[in-house]
Design a protein around this ligand. Structure first.
Ligand SMILES: [Zn+2]
Length: 352
């Protein structure tokens, strides 16, 4: 066997850089489609007994102030892989409670694969899947909305919440849960992709005009860490007067359709972008629930995205969302999520 240290593994999909979360991290070097095997997780193939011994060593080391990170992966029933070696570039990937990658067994090894579409520039991460025992040894700063504050496998996080609740003197058992907030249906992955695409071009900026979504689009964008670098602001305009006065929507057009049409959505998007001096405007208008006065049986809405081109010309993309059988809240969530997904898509294809 050669005693030479192997070259660090490399992948065309990933590059190394300082992480916002912890030490170094791995970042998407280009857009990565869902399902892509991004990088192999390599290391020393060791027996189960050896893995246990090393695990114990690390725990002892931690008590003496060592790093104590865990890099051992199960390979099969007989062997594990210890990834704590210099040539395993995948060991730099950080944990997230809402990860964009996942470990996968393929080609006789362990791969870190894309769990969803990932935008160029996004930090790569996966769920380390640590056991909840000694959870307080591994605090988590991933920033995901579902983060429990510690690096613990998803299936065990409820134990942490229970333990924390107990520590705070609250009764975790038998407590009635409040109804889910609409934002719990958040498409966090879309927001992270959007963030990467916005930050990739510092000239990009965003403003939002909302009607039926009533601030939900703005609150989603506001959840993104660093949003203030590209989000200029927005407003909610329910009435025709508000749309005309604040967003320069044409009054005759608005009055002919109760301000619900593709044209009105476009005018709102462009109007709000101008108002806030942004290069992009997002707008929604429609019915969040059936409306007898306007003969609306099935809730529907229009969204529009206006983007200012290099010569100051605006191009608009519009779409319609139907909400058959949806409650008011669910319709609002559907529209807000749809607009953000469309914006992510548009920034991917236009490249501007
Ligand atoms: Zn977390």
């Amino acid at each position: 066997m050669s005693k030479q240290t192997p070259q660090p593994t490399a992948s065309p999909w990933a590059r190394t850089a300082d992480s916002a979360v912890h030490g170094y991290g791995l970042y998407a070097a280009k857009d990565i489609p869902k399902g892509t095997r991004v990088i192999e997780y390599v290391g020393e193939k060791i027996s189960k007994a050896e893995a246990d011994r090393r695990d114990q060593d690390r725990r002892d080391g931690r008590e003496e102030g060592g790093d104590g990170c865990v890099y051992i992966f199960e390979l099969n029933e007989r062997y594990d892989v210890d990834g704590d070696v210099s040539w395993n570039t995948a060991r730099l990937i950080n944990h997230s409670c809402e990860p964009n990658c996942k470990p996968e067994y393929a080609e006789g090894g362990i791969w870190i694969s894309a769990k969803r579409n990932i935008a160029e520039g996004e930090e790569l991460n996966y769920d380390y899947g640590f056991d909840w025992e000694n959870y307080d040894e591994h605090p988590c700063r991933c920033g995901a909305p579902n983060c429990c504050g510690y690096i613990v496998d998803k299936s065990q996080r409820w134990r942490i919440r229970q333990a924390e609740a107990k520590a705070a003197g609250k009764k975790a058992k038998g407590k009635k849960l409040p109804p889910a907030h609409p934002l719990t249906k958040l498409k966090w992955g879309d927001l992270l992709q959007l963030r990467a695409r916005m930050i990739a071009d510092p000239k990009r900026s965003l403003a939002i005009a909302e009607s039926l979504t009533s601030g939900q689009l703005q609150s989603r964008i506001g959840l993104i860490s660093g949003a203030s670098s590209f989000f200029r602001g927005g407003l909610t305009a329910y009435t025709i007067d508000a749309k005309v006065d604040l967003l320069d929507v044409d009054r005759a057009t608005a009055e002919s359709c109760n301000a619900v049409s593709e044209t009105v959505a476009k005018q709102m998007a462009r109007g709000v972008a101008r108002k806030f001096g942004a290069t992009m405007g997002l707008a929604t208008t429609g019915y969040a629930e059936p409306d007898e006065a306007h003969d609306v049986e099935v809730p529907f809405a229009y969204w529009a995205i206006a983007i200012k081109g290099p010569r100051g010309r605006w191009t608009e993309t519009v779409g319609k969302v139907q909400g058959k059988g949806l409650s008011r809240v669910k319709m609002q969530v559907k529209v807000a999520n749809e607009v953000i997904a469309q914006l992510v898509d548009l920034l991917q294809t236009s490249g501007s």
